[in-house]
Design a protein around this ligand. Sequence first.
Ligand SMILES: [Zn+2]
Length: 63
Amino acid sequence: MTVIPEALNGTVIPGGCDTCNAEQRITRIEPLLWSIGIAHDDWCPTWQQIQALRTAPPATFRP
Ligand SMILES: [Zn+2]
């Protein structure tokens, strides 16, 4: 089991996206439960594509 050093909580790492100046943020949600989120710029085409995919029904959806 990998233990992430507590000191990494709140760390911001530049990068993570090819089309904007994204940052990766490491957050400890609970002991032993960590989240690494990528924060894109608002204008990022990749981010806009991600949002579109989240709101659209799955391609397999048939009414
Ligand atoms: Zn991006």
